[in-house]
Write a protein that binds this ligand. Structure first.
Ligand SMILES: C[S@@+](CC[C@H](N)C(=O)[O-])C[C@H]1O[C@@H](n2cnc3c(N)ncnc32)[C@H](O)[C@@H]1O
Length: 329
């Protein structure tokens, strides 16, 4: 990674033809897939800034310690393993996975890391961050759309033999429909593998009240500016609408709710990308993003229903973040 050329594997799910079709379809369906908010260098830099400003893991020392406790426990469980592979799904900037690596490297080990992300930029940034703490490890960044890369684990398995596997899925579950991503995540692990998982929580005893309390972490200028970038880049006249932020229940499971961003059209909008035309009428709502909030009890139930067993869990004092050590059941 530190030489002038970096090798990045691009899975077919992120080949330009498929990417472009889904990108255009999002404008027609008035539902933007969150993966398109990380795509350009500009967008990923904006997201990294939000993460540095609002993420409990960067602003709350207690939250960092929660991750460290999970990582220490993971290192203990894998004490006798000298060969490891780390598959970091949706690695983002790689902050959490780098901390994990430094805990695993208190003894000499042969480690291969796969930072996996939909964004080339973030896969590379993350690989670089991990390499800084583990210069002797091997790195293979992979770019894919996890929802359309069901064969990825077989492709990785082909490259690896005899290494114990750790899969991380940090801060990912909030932005996916659980019924879409969890069967895919389950495919990444077999009995004996370790899955480390984290979720944003709704603090306190009253679930909905807890979600209301964390809305300011979303409803702010940095986040709105990040989410509107996809529209301005597509040539949408954004002064013809406004962004609203609201809490809504999941359609299939009313036990869970999410914070959703909509672009509300106030004056008709017409735009064209290549030969595709888009017309949004007054009153149309374009969903830009959503983020589910959970509780630890809900995570146990949800993961259990997809064959994933939570062995240990940690929450920060503010109950805004939960970290879970899991295995295939
Ligand atoms: C909320 S961030 C979490 C980043 C990191 N794991 C952390 O906890 O800081 C979500 C990450 O998932 C990536 N992502 C979004 N949709 C994806 C998809 N369909 N497939 C793979 N990665 C995706 C984004 O690029 C981003 O890096």
């Amino acid at each position: 990674m530190s030489s002038t050329l970096a090798t990045v594997y691009i899975h077919p799910s992120q080949f330009p033809d498929r990417w472009y079709q889904s990108y255009l379809d999002g404008f027609s369906a008035k539902e933007i897939d969150h993966r398109f908010h990380y795509d350009s260098v500009k967008q990923s830099q904006k997201w990294l800034k939000i993460h540095a400003t609002y993420s409990p893991v960067t602003v709350n020392e207690d939250c960092i310690q929660v991750y460290d406790r999970c990582f220490a426990e993971t290192a203990k469980r894998l004490e006798n393993e000298s060969k490891l592979q780390l598959i970091a799904l949706g690695c983002g900037g790689g902050t959490k996975d780098s901390r994990l690596l430094s805990c695993l490297l208190t003894k000499e080990r042969d480690i291969t890391c796969y930072p996996v992300d939909v964004s080339v930029s973030l896969a590379l940034i993350s690989a670089r961050a991990m390499e800084t703490v583990a210069p002797k490890a091997s790195f293979q960044p992979i770019v894919c759309d996890l929802l359309a890369a069901g064969d990825l684990i077989q492709l990785i398995d082909r490259e690896e033999t005899g290494k114990s596997k750790i899969v991380t899925f940090f801060g990912m579950i909030p932005n996916f429909y659980p019924q879409q991503i969890l069967p895919i995540l389950r495919e990444f692990i077999v009995p004996g593998d370790v899955l480390l998982f984290s979720a944003n929580l709704a603090p306190g005893r009253d679930y909905l009240q807890g979600i209301h309390e964390v809305v300011p972490q979303y409803d702010n200028e940095l986040t709105k500016d990040w989410l509107i970038t996809i529209l301005t880049d597509a040539g949408v006249e954004i002064d013809r609408g406004k962004i609203s932020v609201e809490i809504e229940p999941d359609e299939n499971n009313p036990e869970i709710s999410r914070i959703a961003f909509y672009f509300e059209v106030e004056r008709e909008i017409y735009f064209k990308i290549d030969d595709r035309e888009f017309k949004w009428q007054v009153g149309d709502r374009v969903r830009l993003f959503f983020s589910y909030r959970y509780t630890t009890a809900k995570i146990h139930d949800l993961l259990g229903s997809y064959g994933i067993k939570v062995l240990e869990s940690w929450e920060d004092k503010n109950q805004e973040e939960g970290v879970y050590l899991c295995e295939a059941s």
